[in-house]
Ligand binder design. Structure first.
Ligand SMILES: Nc1ncnc2c1ncn2[C@@H]1O[C@H](COP(=O)(O)OP(=O)(O)OP(=O)(O)O)[C@@H](O)[C@H]1O
Ligand SMILES: [Mg+2]
Length: 233
């Protein structure tokens, strides 16, 4: 077990430029941040500032530019690894919650939540994986919804399924991209309460938002501005 406050994830001078035909869209210049074990860090930034881009680099979903800095997970460079190891990082250590849920419409709630265990994770039997998915859905008040399809659920319920899916492989860290951005305030508060309870249980969370009030739910707020991270006073 790592002790609390130890560094778990670090972005060092992250640079990301999107290429659109001949034009280049610079998004991140030299963004650096440190995520400590057990902390809830919020990245605050306006729309288009590169919050999703940064979260994707941290979570192994997209690469920084050539020589565009490093992501260190437990001190090891994620992007220096082989593709297979990067997949393992993404599937086993990171839970990702998207703004628009990204649930598979043809699968049931339970099937959606189990899906990551078929790609990664450490479950040796399907019944173990199923138990874990059921346990999480149950914890999030969805035990009566196992066989429903996503389209039959409310936005808040869909996001809770997405959080269960993100947690099913027992990740070390949860990365949440504006998890309440698409929900009304009351439903969003319910989702933040779920994240708060997970954080109380020791989960490390990195959440991005453009909403200061939501950002205050976390322990640490950093600001993404002009392609760089600045600490808020
Ligand atoms: N695949 C892409 N190709 C080209 N440009 C992109 C791509 N993805 C994002 N961008 C651009 O990069 C910038 C940052 O995008 P990003 O999605 O990271 O911002 P964001 O802070 O998450 O915004 P929002 O709050 O609206 O979600 C934007 O100007 C966007 O248009
Ligand atoms: Mg975004």
């Amino acid at each position: 077990m790592s002790n609390t406050n130890s560094l778990i994830l670090e972005g060092i001078n992250l640079k990301k430029t999107y290429k659109l035909g001949r034009s280049q869209v610079p998004v991140l210049h030299a963004a650096s941040l440190q995520i400590h074990q057990g902390q809830w860090t919020t990245i605050l930034g306006s729309s288009g500032s590169g919050k999703s881009t940064l979260l994707h680099l941290l979570g192994g979903l997209d690469r920084p530019d050539q020589q565009g800095g490093e992501v260190l997970f437990n001190g090891e460079s994620v992007w220096a690894k082989s593709n297979r190891q990067i997949n393992a990082y993404r599937n086993n250590h990171v839970g990702f919650v998207f703004q628009f849920y990204h649930l598979l419409p043809e699968l049931t709630v339970l099937e959606n939540a189990i899906l990551p265990t078929m790609i990664g994770g450490s479950f040796t039997t399907t019944s173990e994986a199923k138990n874990q998915a059921e346990h999480l859905l149950d914890q999030f008040g969805l035990s009566h919804r196992f066989t429903h399809r996503p389209r039959e659920l409310s936005g808040g319920e869909r996001q809770r399924v997405a959080i269960a899916r993100a947690l099913v492989n027992n990740p070390s860290i949860l990365l949440a991209d504006e998890p309440t951005g698409n929900l009304d305030e009351e439903t969003g508060d319910g989702i933040l309460d779920v994240l708060g309870a997970l954080h109380q249980d020791g989960l490390t969370i990195v959440m991005v938002t453009h909403n200061m009030e939501i950002a205050n739910r976390g322990d640490v707020i950093v600001h993404l501005r002009g392609g760089n991270i600045t600490q808020l006073d």
